[in-house]
Structures are given as C-alpha cells and as structure tokens.
Design a protein around this ligand. Structure first.
Ligand SMILES: Cc1cc2nc3c(=O)[nH]c(=O)nc-3n(C[C@H](O)[C@H](O)[C@H](O)COP(=O)(O)OP(=O)(O)OC[C@H]3O[C@@H](n4cnc5c(N)ncnc54)[C@H](O)[C@@H]3O)c2cc1C
Length: 447
C-alpha cells in the first residue's frame, strides 16, 4: 500500500487540503489540469490600463464571520494584509435609479420603514412586508427553496427586488430554486425558529459576533494562491488533468495526460461534472448524483476609466440589478471604492457581472457587443462617459446551483463512495458550500 494522498484539482479546496497535509508532514501530490493553480481565484493586470497593480478576475472577498479563509491567510503570513471593505453600502437599480439597500439580512430588511423613502418596493410591498414579516409563522422543517420561505414571510416584491438579486449575485442562480439550507443559512435559521420572521432576523443580527462581515487581501486574493503555491510547489503538478481513477492492487492509480500517480487516498476537488466522469466506472450512483448538479455561466468584465468620466460618486461597494429591470448586467462592483488597495486616486475600477443560470444571453454576444452593451448600461446607471480599458473574463460552468435536498444528496454521495470506492472522496464547491471559507473548511477537514 502506497501511503500517499492524490489530490485532483488545484483550486482553493485542493490547495487547502494540500496545505493541511503539508502541515501534518504527510505524503501527497496535487494534480491540476490547467497551467496554474487557483481555479476560480485568479488575478492579473488589466492590460492597456495605467494601473500599476493586479486586479481580481473573480473572487475578491470572503465572509469574515466564517473564519477558515481568514485563518488560512494568517497561517500563510498574510494576516497583516487582511482588510475590510472601505465602503460597505450597496445599491439596487430599480425603475431607472440607484437606490440604497437598507440594513438587511440577505436582502430582507430589518425595518420595513427603511424602505419608505427608497423606491425599491411599492407602498403595497412595504405593507406586505410589515404584515408578513411580523406574522406568526410555523417553524420551517427540512429544506425548501429560498423563494418559498421569503415570499411567504416578506412578500414578493422584497423577494424579487432585494433577496433574489443579492443571492443571485453570489451564485448567479434563481432564488426561487435555491436550497435555503445550502444557499441562505441565515434565512433558514430564522425560518426554523418560527414566529415573526423579522424578529428572528433582528435577534440573529443582535447576537452576531462583532467585527467585519467581509475580508479581502491587500493586493488581491491571488496572493493567497501565490503563498500556497510557494509552500506546496514541490508537490504540485500543473498541466496534469486526471483522465482516469483506477483501482491498482489495494491502492488507487490516477492517470493524467502525462503519467500516473499511485496512492491510497484520492481527494477529488474538481467541478461535479469532472468528478462524475472520473467516478462513473466505480460508483455510478455517486456519479449520477454529481452529474445532476447544474452550473451557471457568468462573465466578469472589468472597466478601468478615469474617475472624472463617471457621473456618480461611487460611494459604496456597488449595485445589484433585479431580473425584471431589463439589463444584461446582474451586478456592478465599484472595486476602487470597495477596496482601498485598488484606489489609485485617478481611476474607477468597475467589475461588471452578467449571466445567471436562466440567462445565458452573454454567451451569444461577441466580445465587442458584450462590452459595448455593458458600457451603455454603465452610462445609464452611473453616468459613464468615454471608453475606458476593458478586460473580459468568462467563467463557463462556474457556479453550482444547490437545489433543495442538496445536503442530503451530498450525504448520499459520501455513502456511495464509502461503499464503492473506499479511500476516494469528493469535496469542494460542488458539495458543501461554494464561498471561499466553506471551500477552505472542506479542504482542510478532509486533508
Ligand atoms: C466570477 C466568480 C466570482 C466569485 N466571487 C467570490 C467571492 O467574492 N467570494 C467567495 O467567497 N466566493 C466567490 N466565488 C466562488 C468561489 O471562488 C469558488 O466557489 C471557489 O473558488 C471554488 O473552489 P474549488 O477549489 O472548490 O473549485 P475550483 O476553483 O473550480 O477548482 C477546481 C480545479 O480543478 C481543476 N480541474 C478541473 N478538471 C481537472 C482534472 N480532470 N484534473 C485535474 N484538475 C482539474 C480546475 O482547473 C480547477 O483549478 C466566485 C466565483 C466566481 C466564478
């Protein structure tokens, strides 16, 4: 028996597993298909811009109240570079104006009166929030969709104008289909408590650990990947896509396009559709459960423009766009306002997202039409004048959609693998959480 762990996939989950094994002095290798590790954490220059620094191409921050990612940064010597957003307030684009989002838990306002002046929700919608939010509801049992819970407890308008855009910003999904247990735990906990929903959210907020809600890393999230790469480079193989996982005596053999590796444990941290293909010969049940997971396609277009070409103060973290507002963009992050390390005093850095699980329009646009359309929408929403420099980063099949019952399906996958392929496990964004802290937690636990 070869006492070695084979990690397939070098995103943050695989790297966290490797980091843990490294700390424990274990033998392991990490096999990554592409030319670089990091997966959906990536940064780089905006070519042609005058910025003297790299900008994130995807994840730029993470929840601080789930401590695992912040802890990992500290372990890697980046503790002093953990920062909180300089500007936390956010807006929503409704009926031709940017309107401030009032204090809320995942979009559900804690005080209905806060909506009165905003124009996000009609007076009828506010009355509905008040009536439903303070009514006595039975405690939620089991799992269902966010839409089912929130529409009943806060009304359709609050759901469609605030909750769906916010959750859609996180997973590019449709909150009418999203599992509340897997995709909106704070709302699930409040609904489980029963009674008035807003009261439950208020007491949740009151008992929250003080401190920042989000962290970022000065210089960009890619720095975490660079630090992990430096630590683990002797064990990392890039350009090494796993093409099969086979039994080899009492151990496992992972074959890549350039060779094979033997070990007694295999940790798959690849997207579900890749893991499913690798596991199909050994555990059809696990493979079938994994291949049922749907992914959304998103694109992130970064605009760098002279500050004076923006007709808005950009005083906030950015804005969200509800699906009924007729725009292609789903959100715009005011990156140079949100993070001090991206503010060079001269440029606005705007990261614009498009694409949802049920909105794939951007995929059918050629690059110049995509950029022009988003530029026109920036002119409309924040008064952008001029062209600026742009960078287009497509993320195909990138964000898994957790449907109700997702966690039970994860348990079934674990049970099938324990029965069919002892020593082989699946973890990462396809399983128990797609945010960076959840991925680090999963990788470190399994490592
Ligand atoms: C645009 C965007 C913005 C995001 N923003 C945030 C954010 O701000 N905050 C946050 O917390 N989360 C954010 N997320 C989510 C988060 O970044 C991801 O869920 C997380 O990085 C996934 O990590 P992972 O290691 O599980 O998977 P991945 O990053 O997908 O890593 C899997 C790795 O497996 C490799 N691979 C694939 N096939 C093979 C094979 N056959 N053999 C070997 N290797 C293979 C891939 O190349 C990849 O490197 C964002 C995601 C996207 C797409």
């Amino acid at each position: 028996m070869n006492d070695r762990t084979l990690i397939i996939g070098g995103g943050i989950t695989g790297l966290s597993a490797a980091h843990q094994l490294h700390r424990q002095g274990e033998d392991f290798v990490l096999l990554e298909a592409s030319h670089r590790v990091g997966g959906k954490i990536a940064g780089g220059p905006v070519e042609g811009s005058a910025l003297g620094f790299n900008v994130d191409r995807a994840a730029d921050g993470f929840l601080a109240r789930e401590p695992e990612m912040s802890e990992l940064c500290r372990e890697l010597g980046l503790g002093d570079d953990l920062v909180s957003p300089a500007s936390g307030g956010a807006f929503v684009w409704v009926d031709g104006a940017l309107r401030p989002i009032p204090p809320s838990v995942l979009g559900v306002p804690l005080e209905p009166d806060d909506l009165s002046a905003g124009g996000i929700v009609s007076p009828e919608g506010i009355a509905e929030l008040r009536a439903r939010g303070f009514a006595d509801h039975p405690g939620l049992v089991g799992d269902t969709t966010v839409g089912e819970v929130v529409r009943a407890r806060a009304g359709d308008e609050v759901f469609e104008r605030l909750v769906d855009p916010l959750l859609g910003g996180i997973n590019a999904g449709n909150a009418d289909d999203l599992s509340i247990a897997s995709g909106a735990r704070a709302l699930a906990d409040a609904a489980r408590r029963g009674g008035p929903f807003i009261e439950a959210l208020r007491s949740q907020r009151a008992s929250a650990v003080p401190g920042p809600v989000f962290h970022g890393v000065k210089g960009g999230t890619q720095r975490v990947i660079d630090a992990l790469h430096d630590e683990l480079s002797d064990h990392i193989y890039v350009h090494a896509p796993a093409v099969s996982v086979e039994r080899h005596g009492r151990a496992w053999r992972v074959t890549t396009t350039s060779g094979h590796f033997d070990g007694d444990r295999v940790i798959l941290t690849t997207p579900a559709f890749i893991s499913a293909a690798l596991l199909e010969p050994h555990s059809p049940q696990a493979a079938s459960l994994l291949s049922g997971l749907v992914y959304s396609d998103v694109v992130l277009v970064t605009f760098v423009v002279p500050t004076e070409q923006v007709g808005h103060s950009l005083d906030g973290a950015g804005f969200l766009v509800p699906r009924d507002q007729g725009l292609l963009m789903t959100a715009c992050s005011w990156t140079s306002s949100k993070w001090e390390h991206y503010d060079d005093d001269n440029h606005a850095i705007l990261r614009v997202s498009a694409g949802r699980v049920d909105d794939r329009r951007w995929l059918h646009l050629d690059r110049s039409v995509l950029v022009d359309t988003l530029r026109q929408e920036l002119a409309l929403t924040i008064g952008l004048r001029g062209e600026g420099v742009t960078r287009v980063t497509p993320w195909r099949r990138s964000l898994p959609q957790y449907l109700p019952g997702h966690l039970q399906r994860c348990d079934q996958i674990d049970a099938s693998l324990a029965r069919d392929t002892p020593g082989v496990t699946v973890t990462g964004a396809s399983m128990r959480g797609l945010g960076l802290p959840a991925c680090v937690r999963q990788g470190s636990t399994i490592g």
